[in-house]
Design a protein around this ligand. Structure first.
Ligand SMILES: C[S@@+](CC[C@H](N)C(=O)[O-])C[C@H]1O[C@@H](n2cnc3c(N)ncnc32)[C@H](O)[C@@H]1O
Length: 241
């Protein structure tokens, strides 16, 4: 067996183990975990595009809801000297896995303090740091409208003026919920979609569909305006909840 085969086998075994871990956590708490499998490389690439686009400028980056780390793995090689990455993950078992990923990543061997893992809810993150890019993996459509408003307001507060928030939502979840879930659940999902639509109308700079993901997902980029006078409240259509 040559070196390439063994390292390729190692990567496959690691992905397999992470797939199982994700599935076990989803079975434990599907609402917070938000999926049954980690994001694929195509989705991770579109989510991390604002970091790639600004290289080699030193950036402050926040990743919220990193899970087993597929997006983290796409982010780390993009971090130029002087950049920092804060990772926030609520699930203690995922956070431990992310700490292992960070401490063993070859790109970080000479710069161990460049990346920090915080095991907490992002809305409870206690920091004065402001970020150029926030990459969110949070399953917002599983949350209550109040939680979503709190998280979105916190994201905007954590961004530098001109900074970018990227996040994704799986395609077709609203229709699936309308068919399979209770009326109250369908109403909650619609209310969350309306909140997110208001943020998109006010702040969106781009939207991409990633078909090469299971399930396919839609990625949004939102930008916090440079001037505070340019920062309107998101405009909601009609009743919100
Ligand atoms: C849909 S998974 C995405 C995981 C990973 N980013 C990916 O793309 O595969 C959502 C992740 O967000 C975490 N999470 C959920 N709510 C959170 C919160 N309020 N703050 C921080 N992490 C949260 C979950 O534990 C889970 O790891």
């Amino acid at each position: 067996m040559n070196d390439w085969t063994t390292s390729h086998d190692r990567v496959l075994a690691q992905r397999n183990a992470e797939g199982w871990m994700f599935l076990i956590e989803a079975a434990r708490d599907l609402r917070t975990t938000g999926a049954i499998a980690p994001s694929g490389t195509a989705l991770a690439r579109v989510l991390t595009e604002p970091v790639r686009a600004q290289a080699p400028r030193p950036l402050a980056v926040l990743e919220a809801g990193a899970g087993t780390g597929p997006v983290t793995r796409a982010l780390i090689p993009q971090l130029s000297r002087g950049s920092r990455l804060d990772i926030v993950e609520a699930n203690p078992r995922f956070a431990a896995r992310l700490r292992h990923l960070v401490t063993t990543h070859p790109h970080l061997a000479a710069r161990p303090t460049q990346v920090t893992v915080h095991q907490t809810y992002v809305e409870q993150l206690d920091t004065d740091q402001r970020y150029d890019v926030i990459v969110s993996g949070l399953p917002l459509t599983n949350f209550t409208p109040v939680q979503v408003e709190r998280i979105m307001a916190r994201y905007l507060e954590l961004l530098h003026p001109g900074g970018t928030l990227t996040y994704f939502a799986y395609l077709g979840t609203r229709k699936a919920r309308a068919l399979a879930a209770s009326r109250a659940e369908a109403r909650r999902h619609t209310a969350v979609d309306e909140i997110m639509a208001a943020y998109q109308r006010t702040y969106a700079t781009g939207r991409w569909t990633v078909w090469a993901n299971l399930p396919p997902a839609c990625v949004w980029h939102l930008r916090r305006p440079l001037l505070s006078t340019e920062r309107p409240e998101p405009q909601f259509d009609g009743a919100r909840r």
